[in-house]
Design a protein around this ligand. Sequence first.
Ligand SMILES: [Zn+2]
Length: 114
Amino acid sequence: MHEYSLIQSLVTRVEAEAAARRATVVHRLVVSIGELAGVDPELFQTAYDTFRAGTICEKAPLELRRVPARWACPSCGKEIGKGEVLTCEGCALPARVAPGGDEILLETIEMEVP
Ligand SMILES: [Zn+2]
């Protein structure tokens, strides 16, 4: 499943960050998920809870933040609201998804460094 491979790379990244800082325990993770990232937050959470056993994330709850999708004009940067025509009135250009709206970002790793 899509979510499982995402979790796998997430945990691998956390393990690398923890190793780089010689951390022994990870206490908490915060991940933001863009509305258009194509990820089901519930599945993501379930996949994480299944996968984290035996990893450095075993005791780290995962906090998910949903990032609503926003659109903006690539030329003038004007934001275009949901439900409106996704074209900039001034530039006649099609709007693009603003940063964050289609991404999965590892925002915070709380870890214990002895
Ligand atoms: Zn524009």
